[in-house]
Design a protein around this ligand. Structure first.
Ligand SMILES: [Zn+2]
Length: 342
């Protein structure tokens, strides 16, 4: 089944191969915060001390989003859809056993419980991978790398104090002041994190599945917060025969260009148009350094690709066909190559 016309079919496999075959689809995105997310470990925002640019050598501290913090919400978005269209029975952690049993009955095989008992055969398990102790694992075919903020930590976060007042709205009762006050660093809105999502040896359906997950995922960061709104701006694709530049190098190249053009003026946010222009202009030179054979799909050609993708994923029948296809491919792969532990 052919879903896409804008990208040469030679960049995709007809079925998921068992061994690395040297086809890579890289989706170039920029993750843009739209509220106050928390990308943190042990209560502190994650940061890294790195060189500011490729050319600019001064060190700066950048916010970072580790890979799991990017990929987990995306795969959950995909799992939600597989479940919604009845392709996979996935138990929820609501503890409703009756519901669970019903769902399992409706599926062709056992339920898939994220991080608890992976079914080892659905599109999510096969594409994003799983590990079940010693009894089996599947390497992820979707690869993301740590993402870095373009702007420095100092200009990209704020300390917010969250109060938990008593019912009458005050912070004290009977002469005692509540200790329910939490002070915490948050990432501020309109901070930009360039990030490349790679699909190894993709089929068309696999590529579109991952793209769709990217477009649909709108919250990232600590699960306890409802403020982690993030938008994925997808601006290009690179079909290549190998790995390409890291997120850090891409971010540094973009930082150089924005600085040259005096488009970074803290504490004001950077303009999205400026970031898009800098990203698009940085890519060709970085790809030349990578020493790979590549097809860079950007600008008008990428717009047509997105048009094709959206026509499928925003149409119920189209989306169902796509999800069925990607799930069938995963099932076929599992039947042929995965030794299930059961
Ligand atoms: Zn599964």
């Amino acid at each position: 089944m052919t879903f896409l016309k804008t990208i040469d079919e030679k960049h995709f496999h007809q079925s998921i191969p068992p061994k690395p075959m040297g086809k890579y689809a890289h989706i170039v995105t920029c993750r843009i915060t739209e509220s106050y997310p928390l990308f943190q470990t042990d209560g502190a925002l994650n940061t890294a001390r790195v060189r500011a640019g490729k050319r600019r050598s001064d060190p700066i501290t950048r916010l970072v989003i580790f890979k799991r913090k990017q990929s987990s919400p995306e795969r959950l978005a995909g799992r939600e859809l597989l479940r919604n269209y009845g392709l996979v029975s996935m138990s929820s952690d609501d503890g409703d056993k009756k519901k669970k049993g019903k769902a399992a009955k409706g599926a062709e095989y056992g339920e898939c419980d994220y991080n608890v008992s992976f079914c080892q055969r659905c599109a999510d398990c096969i594409l994003y991978g799983f590990a079940i102790g010693d009894s089996g694992s599947e390497k992820s075919k979707v690869v993301v790398d740590t993402a870095y903020s373009i702007t420095p930590f100092e200009d990209s976060h704020i300390k917010l104090t969250l109060n938990a007042p008593f019912e009458d709205g005050t912070m004290s009762r009977g002469g005692e002041t509540t200790s329910r006050i939490n002070s915490q660093d948050h990432v501020i809105p309109q901070v930009f994190f360039p990030s490349i999502v790679t699909i190894k040896d993709p089929t068309q359906a696999g590529f579109l599945y991952v793209m769709n997950n990217l477009l649909r995922t709108k919250h990232y960061g600590a699960q306890t917060t409802r403020t982690g709104r993030v938008r994925n701006l997808v601006l290009g694709a690179v079909l290549a025969d190998g790995e390409i530049t890291s997120n850090l190098r891409l971010t540094q190249a973009v930082y150089d260009l924005l600085s040259d053009r005096e488009q970074i003026s803290a504490p004001d946010p950077i303009q999205e148009e400026h970031v898009v222009a800098a990203l698009s202009e940085s890519l060709p030179a970085l790809l030349e350094d990578d020493g790979v054979v590549y097809d860079l799909v950007i600008g008008e050609r990428f717009d047509s690709l997105m048009k094709e993708a959206r026509a499928l994923t925003q149409d119920e029948a189209g989306l169902k066909a796509l999800l069925s296809k990607v799930n069938d491919e995963a099932n076929e792969y599992a039947r042929t190559y995965v030794e299930t532990a059961s």
